[in-house]
Write a protein that binds this ligand. Structure first.
Ligand SMILES: Cc1cc2nc3c(=O)[nH]c(=O)nc-3n(C[C@H](O)[C@H](O)[C@H](O)COP(=O)(O)O)c2cc1C
Length: 169
């Protein structure tokens, strides 16, 4: 069994990465094929339904957006500096054209509560199930994003955190 972690105690590790290369979000097609997307838009809080909440914003033209609509679950996997090249790869290539696990050498390990896999090389993996995806309130959008057609803007996914685990035993 991989180590269970306290979601609040390890949130700092994730926040440190957001502005330094981003964190990984693992998601999955209904067929079972998994994908990784790098994100810097992540919020975590302890204030909802007695479970922590995890919020990501994914642009509708990302391959990952379609996957989240198919399987509304994801894992926020917090990388270390050692796998920075893999994180950059996942943030600049699309799962439409690449098998990002295979091409980066990152190892998918089964998650405990959700279908998308966790990442063995990541010391912290937040397993999340989507409550709802919402269109961003107008005031939240930057002028650049406001100018985009709606189908290229973000969906903000609010999710409950079902458990947090290390990537390896
Ligand atoms: C540091 C960094 C942060 C990013 N943050 C986000 C984000 O929060 N939301 C988003 O939709 N895309 C974000 N991206 C862009 C996606 O990671 C990128 O477009 C990726 O290739 C999409 O992969 P996909 O098509 O397989 O989903 C970010 C990229 C980088 C490098």
């Amino acid at each position: 069994m991989r180590r269970q972690l306290d979601p609040c105690q390890v949130a700092n590790l994730a926040y440190e990465r957001l502005n330094d290369g981003g964190v990984l979000v693992s998601c999955m097609e209904r067929s079972g094929r998994a994908n990784l997307i790098t994100v810097s838009w992540w919020l975590f809080g302890w204030f909802y339904h007695s479970r922590p909440i995890s919020v990501i914003a994914i642009r509708r033209d990302r391959f990952s957006h379609g996957l989240l609509e198919e399987v509304p679950e994801f894992v926020v996997s917090v990388p270390t500096a050692e796998i920075r090249a893999a994180v950059d790869f996942c943030g600049s290539r699309s799962g439409r054209d690449h098998d990002k696990f295979a091409e980066t050498g990152l190892t998918a390990v089964p998650s405990y509560h959700v279908a998308p896999p966790s990442v063995a090389q990541c010391p912290v993996n937040y397993e999340c199930r989507v409550y709802e995806g919402v269109h961003p309130p107008h005031g939240l959008l930057t002028p650049e994003h406001r100018a985009l057609p709606r189908d290229r803007q973000h969906t903000i996914y609010f999710a409950e955190v079902l458990g947090v685990y290390s990537g390896a035993e």
